[in-house]
Design a protein around this ligand. Structure first.
Ligand SMILES: NC(=O)c1ccc[n+]([C@@H]2O[C@H](COP(=O)([O-])OP(=O)(O)OC[C@H]3O[C@@H](n4cnc5c(N)ncnc54)[C@H](OP(=O)(O)O)[C@@H]3O)[C@@H](O)[C@H]2O)c1
Length: 280
């Protein structure tokens, strides 16, 4: 069993019920940090969690300057017990309205390293799939008791048509796409909404670690803006850019070797995840 890894810097008394309470995993960087920054404002209680305290502190300072109340919790999404505590403590401070399971890592192959390592595969599965389930399972429990709430998952176009240079990453995102669809009717019966974000390339440290063509890439702030617009409308699927999404759908509908031939023309280097022994 994983060593429990959670430390917190949270208010001790419950906040006013009129606050909108939002929990974001992976809030120390990239899309998570951009979401926190864009959502911050008066009347908002942000529960920001990730492993890196210094980066979380920096994001929290920006959010507080915008008028939000902010709680920080340092935790690893791979630790189910820790994530249960993170969710329940956030819910105690202010009943959770929205939980965004965003934390994720990448990992894959390169022309010189054609196969993923066992450690790399495990790391990507544990963070991208295990971490999302560890976040959402306790969130759904507390929301179901109130018959109210909204959960969101940050997935990827890689889950629509698997990328040959990121097999496990693609598999985790495909699993999240299917998981969201499967969960949706039950959540609805319990008064909970679910959104699935299917994102293309976004400028973040994760994306910068990959050497590949990046068609239609957008900034993390632009991605956050689109995600928030979709969340505010309680959309199930929040997709951007649409042309890349439909391109991936087309590739997955065509004979497999056509898509393979397309990807074989690209030179891509996706490093091993740090958690799996990679050094990026
Ligand atoms: N960027 C893209 O092009 C793109 C495209 C499609 C989907 N996505 C998805 O968007 C999400 C965010 O990615 P990003 O691009 O914003 O990457 P990023 O800048 O690297 O941010 C990843 C976040 O996840 C956190 N994290 C990683 N492992 C963790 C763990 N074990 N426990 C807790 N937190 C952990 C990191 O925080 P700490 O290191 O502080 O823990 C960081 O805050 C991911 O799910 C990714 O798959 C990204």
């Amino acid at each position: 069993m994983r060593r429990s890894s959670v430390s917190s810097q949270t208010e001790t008394r419950p906040a006013s019920n009129s606050l909108k309470s939002i929990l974001i995993t992976g809030a120390s960087s990239g899309i998570g940090a951009a979401l926190a920054t864009r959502m911050a404002g008066p009347g908002i209680h942000l529960n920001l969690t990730a492993r890196n305290r210094a980066r979380l502190d920096a994001v929290a300072a920006t959010c507080r300057a915008a008028g939000a109340e902010v709680s920080i919790t340092v935790a690893d999404v791979r630790d189910a017990d820790a994530m249960k505590r993170v969710v329940e403590e956030a819910h105690r401070i202010a009943p959770l309205d929205l939980v965004i399971a965003n934390a994720g890592i990448t990992g894959g192959t390169s022309p010189d390293r054609p196969f993923e390592s066992a450690n790399g595969i495990k790391a990507v599965l544990d963070v991208n799939l295990g971490g999302v389930l560890n976040t959402l399972s306790p969130a759904i429990q507390v929301m179901a008791e109130r018959r109210s709430g909204h959960v969101a998952i940050i997935s990827s176009i890689a889950g629509v048509r698997g990328l040959p240079y990121s097999p496990t990453y693609s598999a985790t995102k495909a699993a999240l796409n299917t998981y969201s669809t499967a969960l949706r009717p039950t959540l609805r019966r319990h008064g909970i909404a679910i959104s699935l974000v299917i994102s293309g390339f976004v400028e973040t440290p994760l994306e910068a670690s990959i050497s590949s063509p990046r068609p239609l890439r957008i900034s993390a702030d632009a991605a956050a803006k689109r995600i928030i617009k979709g969340l505010n409308r309680r959309r199930f699927r929040i997709v951007f850019p649409l042309s890349l999404f439909f391109g991936a759908r087309l590739l997955s509908a065509l004979p497999g070797r056509w898509g393979d031939a397309f990807f074989n023309r690209l030179t891509v280097d996706v490093p091993e995840p740090r958690e799996g022994g990679g050094d990026h």
